[in-house]
Design a protein around this ligand. Structure first.
Ligand SMILES: NC(=O)c1ccc[n+]([C@@H]2O[C@H](COP(=O)([O-])OP(=O)(O)OC[C@H]3O[C@@H](n4cnc5c(N)ncnc54)[C@H](OP(=O)(O)O)[C@@H]3O)[C@@H](O)[C@H]2O)c1
Length: 327
């Protein structure tokens, strides 16, 4: 198949591109700074010659968006919102204008769209959309607003010949340098992999190979339309999540961190504590219902596999210059 990955130069794009290319597909990446074969220039907001890459393609997986791992300043929040809304809108316009539109458009969204909660898991049918939780900082609602606006752009796009699926993905765990797993492991190796603010908040995650398999599954399943959760079926409290990570690497201790220590750490890493403190209890209702079987449903096994691959150095980044260096 011919597959187009707008925003495919980042962590998730690297994982997908590597797997889809290895499976024999022709992959084109839309990027603001093309440097490699297979990369096509676009600006993420206006139609241009890049739209020819979409015309005649089979599948589009739009991953574009300013990284959310940053300080939540007014400028950064606006860039997080605009980069997602504008890129989803213009991808929709390109598909609508195509003579031979792709048969499916998978649009990245996020598991962060669901409410911060501990009592029950969020699936697509019964899950609670976030933004109105009384017990969390008010500014957390902005991430939910971004996710809603992002999905709305895809929903509203008039692409009658193209099936639309929104990927409400949890953190994609891959052994690539600079990815979220690498950063968490780095913290654990420094002895900082303990519970944060008590560690009761749930962590949702998905193993990179299951992420790729789920994308392939959704490409094939013509009956699946709309939002789909991409998360392993067993989210777990942050305390247990980090314990399993420490055990996979062989780190004996992880210092606990209070909320204010997390604030300091997030400040030092130029990130935001929402990423650490929000309880993301998200489960893959629709994937399981459709018959998808996870290869790595449990975190301890997934963490062991990721550590093994990291140690054997098999998952080097496709382009080391594209990802931030290991800290
Ligand atoms: N990583 C995860 O675990 C995870 C989980 C759930 C959802 N997501 C979402 O999935 C998407 C991909 O994740 P990722 O980790 O691969 O992100 P990433 O590493 O930050 O890559 C995203 C890509 O988006 C492009 N981009 C950034 N700012 C842009 C802008 N203003 N306009 C157009 N394009 C822009 C960049 O490509 P160029 O610089 O080459 O143009 C970048 O490579 C993101 O939207 C993210 O929020 C990620």
């Amino acid at each position: 198949m011919k597959i187009v990955l707008p925003g495919g130069t980042g962590q998730v794009g690297t994982v997908l591109n590597r797997a889809l290319t290895a499976a024999g597909h022709e992959v084109a990446v839309l990027t603001r700074q093309p440097t490699r074969r297979g990369e096509v220039a676009w600006d993420g907001k206006t139609l241009g010659p890049w739209a020819e890459a979409i015309d005649g393609s089979d599948v589009v997986v739009n991953l574009a968006g300013r990284s959310v791992s940053c300080r939540y300043t007014a400028d950064n929040l606006r860039a997080m919102m605009d980069s997602r809304v504008h890129s989803a809108r213009v991808v929709g316009e390109a598909i609508a204008a195509a003579d031979r539109p792709p048969r499916v458009w998978l649009q990245m969204s996020t598991a962060t769209i669901y409410a911060h909660r501990f009592d029950a898991p969020n699936d697509e049918k019964t899950g609670v959309i976030g933004g109105a939780e009384p017990t969390v900082p008010g500014y957390w609602s902005y991430s939910v607003d971004i996710a809603k606006a992002w999905e709305r752009e895809q929903e509203q796009a008039e692409t009658p010949h193209t099936r639309k699926v929104a990927l409400r993905s949890a953190m994609v765990m891959s052994p690539d340098r600079g990815g979220v797993f690498d950063i968490l492991l780095w913290l654990a190796r420094l002895g900082l992999g303990g519970p944060v603010a008590g560690g009761a908040q749930y962590v949702s995650w998905i193993h990179d190979r299951d992420f790729v398999r789920a994308v392939e599954f959704l490409v094939e399943r013509d009956d699946v339309v709309g939002p789909v959760n991409l998360a392993a079926p067993a989210p777990l409290p942050q305390r247990a999540f980090m314990r399993a990570l420490r055990s996979a690497w062989g780190v004996p201790v992880g210092l606990p961190a209070t909320k204010w220590m997390a604030e300091l750490g997030a400040f030092a890493l130029r990130s935001d504590t929402e990423l650490l403190l929000k309880s993301r209890r998200v489960v893959p209702g629709r994937l399981l219902e459709a018959g998808f079987a996870f290869d790595h449903p449990r975190w301890p096994d997934a963490a062991d596999d990721l550590v093994r691959r990291m140690r054997s150095g098999r998952a080097q980044p496709r382009d080391p210059q594209r990802l931030p260096p290991r800290q």
